[in-house]
Design a protein around this ligand. Sequence first.
Ligand code: GDP
Ligand code: MG
Length: 396
Amino acid sequence: NVEAIQREKPWVTVGTIGHVDHGKTTLTSAITKVLEAEGLAQYQTYDRIDSTIEEKRRGITINAASVNYQSKLRNYAHVDCPGHADYIKNMISGTVQMDGTILVVAATDSVMPQTKEHVILAKQIGVEDLVVYINKTDTVDDDEITQLVELEVRELLDIHGFDSDKIPFVAGSALYALNDKDPVKGRDSIINLVEMLDKHVRLPTRIVDKPFFFNVEKAITVKGRGTVAVGSLERGIIEKGNEAEILGKSGKIRTVISQIQMFYKEVPKAMSGDSIGALLRGVSKDKVRRGSIIAKPGSIKLVKKADVKLYVLSKEEGGRHTPFMKGYKPVVFSRMSAVSAIVTELKGGKEMVMPGEDVELTFEFVIPLAIEEGKRFTVRDSRKTIATGVATKIYS
Ligand code: GDP
Ligand code: MG
């Protein structure tokens, strides 16, 4: 009974990445076909996957298909995008967050421009767990070619900060798996691939395992007690007596959480997702306000400058109608706060950035901003979202 087992298995999100026509959609379909025979999936045809669902969020349209299957150990949600632009947008905006990814490389073509671009992006957004599937081995009759392709992919991975020795490679033919031909290159390669996903893609770290922080929605003074910061705990577990740091416009202030309230009742601790009021020992109300952050000391940095990767919305997506240049000054909204930022450098010798493009640039924040590498944000100007981005490097 598939239903019964399903609930006990953890969910992991993966996706296929790689150059156009290297076989991402064929492989996605083949996985469901092979696993259906094991009672672990429902076969999804190529056409069904490719006639994708439209997803609308933050004004960006991303075409992506989400397919589910199971291994013996896990439930997988698997994302396959139809076009290169969809991958770029999805990876930058994090609309679908991948815990790990399958890099598909056709043995006939080896490393191509989009292979490279997706590998770089995977690294920048913090998707570390990769499995490589060398596809279309049915068209090469020489094993040496497959080995050569593997070498080229390993070199690409190493150049871009992955440790290729730790990355498993599976060679096969998605088409053979789909058409029940040559079980070794076909079916077996898929079974092997799924086993590698189980072994090499780590389970997502639960948000409660990370250092706590929350955004202050409001601060109130309780007579005779002190200042209470109200907000919803974004991550971690907070306990009465914990040391904490207030990060805001006036810098960092140390304090102690002397009491935690939920629904007007005192509780010993609260966890990610809870709405809380935290009584801050020895803090006057002018030191904490809406937009301040309360965090485990040292866990969050205030940053003056960051390198980022942006996807700039096209006019049709509700974005700008005109390009922008160095010196442009929009507002950056991270999950934590909002500040004005100046584009101080456009990477790759770019002079201007057109709507609909993706770009790497440097932002300098007018007020230091709490942002971390791999974290997403949106960029706004004149009350509309004009871009979505991910921080790739922070400077403190
Ligand atoms: P995507 O753009 O990466 O999603 O690539 P597709 O899955 O759409 O495949 C592109 C083309 O390659 C299609 O014509 C597929 O039938 C073909 N193809 C996919 N996998 C294989 C394979 O293992 N062997 C061969 N010979 N062709 C394949
Ligand atoms: Mg495809």
